[in-house]
Design a protein around this ligand. Structure first.
Ligand code: SME
Length: 166
C-alpha cells in the first residue's frame, strides 16, 4: 500500500525510489488518465522547487492540458509552439535553463524561470509531453532529465492509450 504523504529521500537514489513508487501506483491499472494523474501528483509532491508538473496530450494539431499539479495552466498549445510544442514535434527532450532565452516560450505562469519537457510515445508516435516548471533558474539538471525520462518510459509501458492523435 502506498502512503501518499510519505516523502522519498531526495538523495542519490531519489529516482530509483521514485520509479519504485510509480511501479506500485501503476500496478493493476492501465488507464492513461489515472496513471498520468498519479504520476503528476507524485512528482509534484516529491520534487523540491517545482512549481508545476503535468501532462499535455496530442489532440489533432494541438496539445491539450491533461492531469497536472500546480496553478491553472494554458489549455491548448499549437503543435510545434512553445517549449512543449517544440519538444512534441521534434520528439526530443527540452531542458531550458532560462525560459526568457527560449524563443516562443509560452508563459502560463510569469514566475516560471526553467522548464523540462519530456515527450511521451505510443506505437511510434509522440502522443503527449510531461512538463515540469520551476521558479528557479537552471532548476533541472541532467540527472533530473535522465531520471524523469526513465519514469516517462515506465509510464509508456503502463498505459493502454485511447486518446486520439488524428
Ligand atoms: N511553458 C510551456 C507552456 C506550458 S506551461 O509551462 C504549464 C511552453 O512554453 O510550452
Amino acid at each position: 500500500m502506498i502512503h501518499a504523504s510519505s516523502k522519498i529521500d531526495p538523495g542519490p537514489d531519489f529516482y530509483h525510489s521514485l520509479e519504485r513508487v510509480l511501479r506500485a501506483l501503476f500496478e493493476g491499472e492501465r488507464d492513461p488518465i489515472a496513471n498520468t494523474a498519479n504520476m503528476a501528483a507524485l512528482v509534484f509532491q516529491e520534487m523540491e522547487r517545482v512549481s508545476w508538473a503535468g501532462f499535455y496530450f496530442r489532440r489533432g494539431s494541438d496539445l491539450v492540458l491533461g492531469p497536472f499539479q500546480g496553478p491553472p495552466a494554458c489549455i491548448r498549445i499549437p503543435w510545434g509552439e512553445g517549449v512543449c510544442g517544440q519538444a512534441a514535434r521534434s520528439g526530443q527532450i527540452l531542458r531550458v535553463d532560462n525560459v526568457h532565452d527560449f524563443p516562443g516560450h509560452i508563459a502560463c505562469d510569469p514566475k516560471t524561470r526553467s522548464e523540462l519537457v519530456i515527450p511521451f510515445w505510443q506505437a511510434g508516435s509522440v502522443v503527449g509531453v510531461f512538463d515540469l516548471d520551476s521558479h528557479v533558474p537552471s532548476r533541472f539538471l541532467e540527472s533530473d532529465q535522465t531520471g524523469l525520462a526513465s519514469c516517462v518510459r515506465l509510464l509508456e509501458g503502463a498505459i493502454d492509450w485511447y486518446g486520439s492523435t488524428a
